[in-house]
Design a protein around this ligand. Structure first.
Ligand code: ZN
Length: 306
């Protein structure tokens, strides 16, 4: 059967995605006892709608909204926004890192977690009938805890059963090789895996090349966040990865999980930044149009299709 991308409105052919942001947040609500910071709470439907509309207005086609249970995932609202805007949205199952694991996580065995992930992908999340199109795993800063490994092993088994791709939260770009080792030991083909957050602490060509060489997708998903690195350096790394032959392994997104990143809340860069800021900079630095298209359209459609 031909591969499809599983969106909140149903399965679609991958070529319908168009320009895609593979790691974003529309609704978040981290546990108050872990993160009391209001900035991390995205709870306005109107603002989320405005961001997605602004993305569409500059040619955006699809978004992966990778908020997880325990972190404010709201698939009903996401579906409403997708229907209102016509932008394809992929939602996630899985978990982030241990400090954000909801209490119920610790009551579940690995087999029960696997079942839950499979159910989210194949049947639907809770009683919504909305199906997840990607499975998220994560690790802490410089630590891949036993609980995180349990979640990751369950995600691998659910991936092998369903085909849904795996996306990762790394904290500050650390523990990547440990995560990859676990995925490999579970029999996952690394072409179905995205390693995220490689540009907020570890934006080094040698490190990212070493990761890309394993076969995973390398995701620079903090574009526009100058507090970590200037976009000029991100573009330079992208350019060198292309020159080294890894153009088919690069993904770009904004991971804008804070009010201060979103124009609708008065922040920046907002959901238009890829098209309005980053792609023009790629052009200016000499990256060819077909590479830009490969990275922003074809690579997302390849990784999200199963
Ligand atoms: Zn994120």
């Amino acid at each position: 059967m031909a591969k499809r991308v599983r969106t909140v409105l149903g399965d679609i052919p991958p070529e319908e995605l168009g320009l895609t942001l593979p790691h974003e947040h529309l609704f978040t609500f981290p546990p108050v006892e872990v993160s009391p910071d209001l900035d991390l709470r995205l709870d306005s439907y109107e603002n989320a709608l405005q961001e997605v509309e602004s993305f569409k207005a500059v040619g955006g086609g699809a978004i992966a909204e990778v908020s997880t249970p325990g972190y404010g995932r709201d698939v009903r609202s996401i579906k409403k926004i997708s229907r209102a805007t016509g932008v394809h949205i992929i939602c996630a199952t899985g978990f982030i890192k241990e400090s954000y694991f909801p209490r119920e996580f610790f009551n579940l065995t690995e087999a029960e977690l696997t079942e839950k992930f499979i159910c989210d992908v194949e049947e639907g999340i809770e009683d919504t009938g909305i199906r997840a199109g990607v499975i998220k795993i994560g690790a802490s800063q410089n630590k891949f805890s036993e609980a995180e490994k349990k979640a990751a092993r369950a995600a691998c088994k659910a991936h092998l059963e369903t085909g849904a791709p795996i996306t990762t939260h790394t904290t500050g770009g650390t523990m990547v090789l440990n995560i990859i080792e676990l995925l490999e030991s579970e029999g996952v083909n690394l072409n179905n895996v995205v390693i995220g957050h490689l540009d907020n602490n570890t934006l080094y060509l040698g490190y990212i090349l070493m990761i890309a060489q394993t076969g995973v997708y390398v995701q620079l998903d903090n574009i526009g966040k100058v507090k970590y690195y200037p976009d000029e350096l991100r573009v330079e790394i992208v350019k060198q990865l292309i020159e080294e032959g890894y153009g088919a392994r690069i993904l770009l997104s904004g991971d804008q999980g804070r009010r201060s990143y979103l124009k609708s809340y008065g922040g920046c860069p907002g959901f238009e930044h890829l098209q309005k800021g980053f792609i023009p900079l790629m052009r200016k630095k000499g990256i060819a149009e077909d590479s830009i298209r490969q990275i922003t359209v074809e690579n997302p459609s390849n990784i999200f299709a199963f």
